[in-house]
Write a new protein. Structure first.
Length: 318
């Protein structure tokens, strides 16, 4: 495949991934509205997506099942954090509209910057400007008719965003030596190890016999498909450009929630949404940071193998 053809493929994959990711909160909200509890929704979605990926990898690319202990530890920590964040996400989704919830969740790039500071990757002046713009956007987004704002839902969604942001630099460290499908598989399995017990211990609600499983099945499929398209986009474009194109999920969510769920933002909230979107889009003008994955600096410096095995089934950085 030529460089130009590969770039076109990568752009198409990244945009397709954004469409699927934008549908995740739609189907999640629909499942909750149809009678599934938030814990049941997140447990079913995560475990079914993990099982589907495990079957495909075991049948077609068994070499991707290999992972060294340090990598497994990193995936386990990232998956546990993201699993807990997913619980907060679906609890918040029960209390908030899809549009407001997803806009708050999309603050994770800002929180990611803060985690990277702790990992000794310091922000630029532009990053500080973007944080200020994003905070103003959040104020406008939540200040309209403040008496009606569910602040517990807001706090839950912000907690989900913070935890999602934290799991990204952990997986970034692991991805230096391990292919993305392997990292995603073990991260999803670790997430399942958190969300399924949470459902069995704290919930155990079973939907009535007449409840439609279509939203849960659709949620599982779009989660799985978005991961596959994300890998293809990163392969041809790299993580930064793929993530930038992935911001399109915000607009997919807003459009579909208005058409399907009849959830509309008020004018002041649209201004907040535009400010938030502007803050995220400005990430494309950030200067690339220096490579930190192989250093011992930062609070994640320990997350590396003492020596990468010389012969591994999938090859280094494959």
């Amino acid at each position: 495949m030529s460089r130009k053809s590969g770039r076109i493929t990568g752009i198409g994959a990244a945009l397709t991934s954004a469409v699927f990711l934008g549908l995740v909160p739609i189907f999640g909200k629909q499942a909750i509205n149809d009678g599934f509890s938030p814990l049941a929704t997140v447990a079913l979605r995560t475990s079914l997506a993990a099982a589907l990926l495990l079957v495909i990898v075991a049948v077609f690319r068994r070499s991707f099942l290999y992972i060294y202990p340090a990598g497994l530890l990193g995936c386990s920590i990232a998956g546990a954090i993201n699993g807990l964040g997913s619980i907060f996400y679906y609890l918040a989704l029960q209390r908030l509209s899809v549009s407001v919830g997803q806009l708050l969740y999309s603050l994770y790039p800002i929180f990611l910057m803060l985690w990277l500071i702790l990992d000794r990757q310091f922000p630029t002046r532009l990053t500080n400007v973007r944080i200020a713009i994003a905070l103003l956007g959040v104020i406008l987004l939540t200040a309209t008719q403040s008496a009606r704002v569910d602040w517990i839902g807001v706090l839950f969604m912000l907690a989900a965003s913070i935890m999602y942001a934290l799991h990204l630099p952990i997986n970034q460290r692991v991805l230096y030596d391990i292919p993305a499908p392997t990292v995603t598989l073990y991260t999803l399995l670790a997430m399942s190890a958190v969300v399924v017990p949470a459902y069995l211990i704290f919930d155990r609600q079973i939907p009535s016999s007449g409840t439609s499983w279509s939203p849960v099945i659709a949620l599982t499929l779009v989660t799985f498909a978005s991961r596959l398209m994300l890998f293809l986009g990163i392969k041809h474009l790299g993580g930064i450009q793929t993530g930038l194109l992935g911001l399109g999920e915000l607009f997919v969510t807003l459009l579909v929630s208005a058409i399907w769920l009849h959830e509309f933002l008020q004018p002041t909230q649209w201004i907040g949404a535009l400010l938030l979107g502007s803050s995220l889009i400005l990430i494309g003008f950030e200067r690339p940071g220096s490579e930190q994955r192989r250093t011992h600096d930062g609070f994640l410096g320990w997350l590396r193998p003492p020596e990468v095995p010389p012969e591994i089934p999938w090859g280094p950085q494959s």
